[in-house]
Design a protein around this ligand. Sequence first.
Ligand code: BTN
Length: 228
Amino acid sequence: MNIIRLDTVDSTNTYARAHAPSLPLPSLIIAREQTAGRGRQGKIFYSPAGTGLYFTLLFEADENFDFVTPRAAVAVCKALESEEISPQIKWVNDIYLGGRKVCGILCERFESQGRMLTAAGIGINLTTRDFPGELPLAGSVGAALDPVETAEKIALCLLNSPADYSRDALLAEYKKRSLITGKEIEYTENGRILTGKAVDINENFNLEVETPEGVKSLSSGEVSIIMR
Ligand code: BTN
């Protein structure tokens, strides 16, 4: 695998897209620091120097390679589990440990020179402390894992997962690490904040939520667990 190590970059996902035409595939772009790390829904991903693992795996994904985000979530969990760390997946793409978000995943698909490429961006807080005030639920894994070794492990697990997993097997791996199944949650629908109970994740990786109006299936969006 082609590995590019950067000291400082705005965002490894942005770098992957900008340099896609000249990069061999797959390429793994790893940065020590991101000055404009991107999260979903326009949020920032706090990426200070030397305390986290910030990388993007750029690869060509054919139409059979779907469910990239759940594959990435399971791959991150497996890599951490191999270090005796037991995280959970908070649907749809966050990894939690001890009630705190320690990792986020941002997968983007785009066309470059007639090829459909996927940039799977993963950020893991390894030893970061003192998060900005707007990230009250952020935390760290608490282990200074080797960035290149860990990124490669996750990348290989992600790339090899189509062979390893049928959809059912992937779903089972995802569900057994699910943080929110069985919990009361808040979610947003047409700008309204609603509550319900997360009861399952279906074969399309949608979240099934039991509500007073019946079971609803959420395909995307932020959900939060109601603490009692
Ligand atoms: C999220 O929490 O909403 C997703 C965060 C994804 C962060 C990673 S860090 C490496 C890659 N580069 C980015 O700019 N974002 C992803």
